[in-house]
Design a binder for this molecule. Structure first.
Ligand SMILES: [Zn+2]
Length: 146
């Protein structure tokens, strides 16, 4: 058997986020020569159809349609490189580990700084009490009224 004709139909409908939609549809048929490769020709025809649909919808007067036709690439929040289609998150796995490690260190620094400030306040409080002559904690009853 020899394939002598291929026919493809492609359709894309995009919602305009306002209860409407726009649709682009193409149907192509090509007669093949004996020397043509069926797979190559089909691939080429599909690419042509996709290009036509993309071009048609990207010329829409509606901004939402134009944005859906040509969405901004999804980039990793850490390295700013594209995320693959199998990644539903916001980071590459390795990048997420880098980010989590950095957050952990930032958290440790924040806690250390807070602890240092707390000790500083505590020391200040003790100095003020010593200057005021109270709370020397030696239990010699000097603060008690006689
Ligand atoms: Zn990344």
């Amino acid at each position: 058997m020899r394939v002598t004709r291929i026919s493809i139909a492609l359709e894309q409908r995009l919602g305009d986020n306002d209860y409407g939609s726009e649709r682009a549809q193409v149907e192509y048929t090509a007669d093949l020569l004996a020397s043509d490769d069926v797979i190559d020709c089909t691939t080429e025809l599909l690419q042509f159809a996709r290009g036509t649909i993309f071009h048609t919808l990207s010329e829409s007067k509606t901004r939402a349609i134009r944005r859906k036709v040509n969405p901004a690439p999804r980039l990793c929040n850490e390295c700013k490189q594209p995320l693959g289609d199998d990644n539903d998150g916001y980071y590459h796995e390795a990048c997420e580990n880098v980010m989590l490690e950095r957050r952990k260190l930032e958290d440790q620094e924040r806690r250390a700084k807070y602890e240092a400030e707390r000790k500083e306040r505590e020391a200040e409080y003790r100095r003020e009490r010593e200057l005021a002559g109270v709370g020397s904690d030696d239990d010699d009853d000097e603060d008690l009224p006689l």
